[in-house]
Structure formats: C-alpha cells, structure tokens
Design a binder for this molecule. Structure first.
Ligand SMILES: C[S@@+](CC[C@H](N)C(=O)[O-])C[C@H]1O[C@@H](n2cnc3c(N)ncnc32)[C@H](O)[C@@H]1O
Length: 343
C-alpha cells in the first residue's frame, strides 16, 4: 500500500527533500532504522546509541585515548580511580566465590575495565569477560584491546545487544553455584537515554541474588552544567560522533545551527540542532517509502546528559528494585560509583 505523507509547511517555505545514503541500510537492521525513523518523527531526536556504529566507534575510541593521557579529571580517569578505591571492598565481596564473570554492559573499547580484569587475572578468579554492546564496530575495538593487553589469558566474548530491549541472561547462559557475576555499567551510558529505566529493568532482570551491579555516573555541579568535553573542535560544531547519523541522512551543516546548553527544567544538558529549512527525509524500508518531515525552526536532539545528584541516583536504583550496598565518590565529588544487589 502506498503511503501519503502530509507536510504542514506554508507554501513559501523551502522544503529540502533528502535521501539517506545507501550504506545506512547495511549498517543498521530494519528494526534499528525503524527506531531512527520513529524517534525522529515522534521526538525529533536521533537515538543516541546508533551514533557509536562504524566511524562513530572510531571517534569514541580516539576520544577515550585522549582522555587516557589527559592530565585532568575526566570520565575515564575518574572511572578507573573509583574502581581502584573500591577494589578492596569488591574483593571482600568476592571472597566466598572461586570464579568471577565480568559482564560489561555498553563496553565501549573496554579501556575502563583493563585494571579490574588484570587484578582478577592475577588473583586467579577471572572466569569470563563478556562485552555487551549495541555496536559491532565497538565490540571489534574492545576485542582487539583485550587481545593486545592479555593475549590468550582473557577469552573475549562479545555480543551485539541493546540494553533497552530486554535482559541478557539468555545471551550469556547460566553460571555455576560458586560463580558470581559483576555487571559493570560505566561511562554514564544510561544518562544519555530517553528511557533509562528500560535499561535498569533489563539489568535487574538479568541478575541473580548474589550478583553485583557496579555503575559509575557523573554528578551534577554548576561547572559541569556548562561543560561539553566531547571532542568539540570549537563550541558550535558537531563532533564526528554526533554527526554520524546526520551524515548518513545527508543532513549537511548548511541546513542547521548547533545549540548546546543546560535545561534546568528537566535537568539535562543537550546538544541539538535548529533547522534553517524544512526537511523531508525519504527512507525506503522493506520496499516501502517512509517519510519524516521536520519544519524549519524545529530542533532535533542529538545528545542528552541527564544530571544526577547523589540522592536522585539512589532514588533511581531504589525505584528500579536495586538494593544499594555502597557508594564511592571521587575526591572532588564529581563522579560516583554505586554497588548494588537486586532486592
Ligand atoms: C558512553 S559509551 C561508554 C563506554 C564504556 N563503558 C566506557 O565507560 O568507556 C557508551 C557505550 O555503550 C554502548 N551503548 C549505547 N547505548 C546502548 C544500548 N542501548 N545497548 C547496548 N549498548 C549501548 C555504545 O555503543 C558505547 O560503546
């Protein structure tokens, strides 16, 4: 059946008709492209998770490598530091178990988990390292890093997985009675999501009673409301990672202005664009035409960072049926690590 798309533009408005690049159809599944279409249509938003594919993974990798050598507090260094200061307590929780599985949800390039894998390897307790990530390119980067750091001592298990689409128990299989799973969620991945509770539920539903979930989050401060550190060459340019989907959709930079800021009402930082012209993007999905029209002057959200206080994090865990065991904060209180069981 042929669909008719209705554009409510005034006749004076120029409408730019855009056809996505062909490789969008090979990079993403039909379901993922449907997601992109629906998010654009309903929320005027690019779902963040799809920006980590292909060149987006490469640009994340370069960003993390820059953070690793930067002589300043940043997400990567703070995460590594929090895992270091909590290590002896984690070890005490692992005392009763002979083997430990690390399940790294949204693994990225695996940089933050290098030390914890090393320690578990040295103590002879590391059983499996399982990386779960939506992006195949990111899993490839993680796999190469694990091989470079540990050779054959750590067997890399990577699975393409979307944490907003349900639990991961069936992917990773069962465990023995004397095993424990440490589920890591590092890098503030859930703070970028429109519906973070879907991910909390998926993680919760994949854990058994003795498993421990470890999250690291950035905390709200006056300073970080103003600060965007994601490889911006200058303040009003989109980074390659944020531009990935736009490039695939052929939305070039003459069509929009970039806006970045903090919305105090919803306590989120945002990176969005405001369209200079009305656009209509024409997708072909399963031989059917699917259009998305967005008006001149409207915005498209490319990134959100939900700002959390320590209390709001505790409430979020509580509301998602986690039982918070302990928290650690960096010296300047900018980052928090939480350890929880399921209720
Ligand atoms: C902000 S990065 C964090 C990476 C890593 N944990 C770190 O701390 O460096 C987010 C990672 O999660 C992945 N990701 C984003 N949304 C996801 C989702 N819905 N399901 C699974 N992985 C996702 C991305 O591909 C990316 O590798």
């Amino acid at each position: 059946m042929k669909k008719i798309s209705i554009c409510e533009c005034s006749e004076a408005d120029e409408i730019r008709v855009l056809t996505p690049k062909q490789n969008i159809y090979s990079l993403y599944s039909v379901e993922q492209i449907s997601d992109i279409i629906n998010y654009l249509k309903i929320h005027h938003e690019v779902p963040r998770q799809y920006n980590y594919f292909d060149k987006g993974a490469k640009s994340w990798d370069e960003y993390v490598k820059r953070l690793a050598i930067e002589n300043a507090e940043n997400t990567l260094r703070s995460t590594i530091e929090l895992l270091r200061i909590s290590e002896s307590y984690i070890d005490s929780l692992l005392d009763d178990y002979s083997s430990v599985n690390i399940i790294d949800v949204g693994s990225g390039n695996a940089y933050p988990v290098r030390n914890i894998l090393s320690s578990l390897l040295n103590s002879g307790k590391l059983n499996r390292y399982i990386a779960l990530d939506i992006s195949p390119s990111m899993l490839e980067l993680a796999k190469n890093n694990i091989r470079t750091w540990f050779g054959d001592d750590v067997v890399f298990e990577g699975y393409e997985y979307d944490v907003t689409k349900g639990g991961f128990s069936s992917l990773i299989g069962g465990k023995h009675s004397n095993d424990i799973n440490l589920i890591l969620l590092l890098g503030g991945t859930l703070s970028n999501m429109r519906y973070p509770n879907k991910a909390y539920k998926a993680i919760h539903d994949s854990m058994s009673a003795n498993d421990i979930s470890i999250h690291v989050n950035k905390l709200d401060t006056e300073v970080n409301r103003k600060y965007f550190d994601f490889n911006m060459p200058d303040n009003m340019q989109l980074s390659p990672n944020h531009k990935l989907i736009f490039e695939l959709l052929n939305i070039d930079e003459t069509l929009y202005d970039v806006e970045m800021g903090y919305d105090a009402m919803i306590r989120e930082r945002y990176i969005r664009v405001r369209l200079r012209v009305t656009i209509r993007i024409e997708f072909i999905l399963k031989n059917e035409k699917r259009d998305v029209s967005i008006q001149k002057g409207d915005t498209i959200l490319l990134w959100r960072g939900i700002h959390h206080t320590k209390d709001s994090i505790i409430n979020q865990f509580d509301g998602n049926n986690f039982s918070l065991k302990r928290t650690y904060q960096t010296e300047n209180q900018d980052y928090i690590l939480t350890m929880s069981y399921i209720k």
